[in-house]
Design a protein around this ligand. Sequence first.
Ligand code: ATP
Length: 593
Amino acid sequence: MARNKFDVDEELESPFSFIHLKRLLVYIKPYKKKILFTIFIMLIASAANLIGPYLIKQAIDVKIPGKDVKGLGGLAGIYVISLIITGVCLKYKIRMMTEIGQSVIQNIRKDLFTHLQKLSFSFYDSRPHGKILVRVVNYVNSLSDLLSNGLINLITDLFSLFVILGFMFSIDVKLTLLSMVGFPILAIVIFLIKNAQRRAWQTLSNKQSNMNAYIHESINGIKVTQAFTREDENKRIFREVSESYRTSWMKAVKIQFLLWPSIENLSVFTVSFIYIMGISSIGHGVTVGALIAFVGYIGMFWMPLTNIGNFYNAIINATAYLERIFEMIDEKPTVIGDPNAAELPTIQGKVEFKNVLFGYEGDEKVLDNINFSVNPGETIALVGATGSGKTTIVSLISRFYNINSGKIEIDGVDIKTVTIPSLRKQMGVMLQDPFIFSGTIMDNIRYGRLDASDKEVIEAAKAVQAHQFITGMKDGYQTEVNERGTRLSTGQRQLISFARALLADPKILILDEATSSIDTETELALQRGLETLLEGRTSFIIAHRLSTIQNATRILVIDKGRIIEEGSHTELMRRKSFYWKLHKSQHQSLDVG
Ligand SMILES: Nc1ncnc2c1ncn2[C@@H]1O[C@H](COP(=O)(O)OP(=O)(O)OP(=O)(O)O)[C@@H](O)[C@H]1O
């Protein structure tokens, strides 16, 4: 997938299709009964509402000339009752539709979130996270109006339209036919603006996404921004992104508002036309009461038409969001278990890389023919220059990415043939950038094994030398930390994630720069305990500080995606090549320091 950034519009890979609306219906279907009942209630409301002009006609043409005060009072009573029925029904509709609309939105959002949890690293690598966020939050919210009012209103408006036409025909056939002269004009307007409107809303959704991505990136990078006093430059970029959003908004709304005034103008034109035609016909088969009632119905007749026009607008706008939402739901996780995948049985911890070739994008080669075999319980250290491919190698063991060719086996089983959860559950991974979730320290350590007791959590923390600093905090293990652990030092965050990886009691432990930010004293204490911690586990340790890996069973030296040296510390030192040079340079710099 092509990479995207905040100032690049996301192109849709498939053309627009009304199929998205059909897919939306799948979400609406579970509420069918409730919707049908609400429609029934709304039909009662429409009927009650529509009776008004007919009552006026009866009053003017029959009751007033006949001086029938009692009859007039009766009509007034019916009118009041019709108003009460309309009011009660409307209140019911609003409550039901808000409830149904919000439930549908909640279900779409739940599906999106569940799907996001399954998507592979490559998906998250390829786009700004703000653009993912905007789909789950803003785009889904944008459907609210359509879902809360759209469907029910459409059906009741169509019903009103037919009932009104029925009343109008019963009053005067010729005037009814004349009042329809505006229809073809309306059809032409709708046809002309449809595509432009859709494009405008697609652009708008893109600009909204870009703006969100930039805000998200700016918040994440706020410390660097302030450290480098980049605020003014960021303000300038934001102004550009936001101006682009404003312009596309104005354009979209301008096109959208072409429809509504067209309907309004046609309505006014038709009513005036009918007045002229009607007045000239009074006495020739048209009574005053009939004309007043007729004009009343025309006013009512254009109202559902305006609503239907607005519904149409809402559909066009919503599809611009729906296609983005469904595009994400359709995004296939690139790392998926084979349909016939078996569970990986409890492992011993043998790991083999056989001719592994890998690149993050296309044909690019990040790992070039990697071969190694690790026996259960061995500690393997990976060293090498920045960007040489160490993290990439260890992320392939958990199958965070698919390899281009070759094989990775655990206990002789190709990891491609087993289910992903059964594979990952047996690994304890501590990533280079330890992530802390909002919650207590206890919750954070327990993240990898929810059934661990408090005692087990504390044991894990003690093992990695984290217990002391945790108990030193005001609330100890119950101390609340913020997302990304902003209340903790980098070293403290590393210790917590180390404890988290260990608590999962994995057969394979992966430690990527696990102790790089920990003070020497704590690290030495940790080192002393490390042998016990790693006992019986196969472990992969990535470290730039070579002092931390001297006791490893084997050291793999990585350079430009290839293993260039392999052996124990003593063996490699004896060979006096790359590792020896690296070791020497670190010692020299320490001595100088
Ligand atoms: N998500 C990614 N998408 C594309 N390329 C990547 C990605 N992650 C790493 N790379 C590239 O792959 C190469 C190897 O990166 P890797 O992170 O494995 O290096 P490393 O040896 O762990 O480096 P360091 O010591 O700095 O952590 C680098 O050239 C890097 O630019």
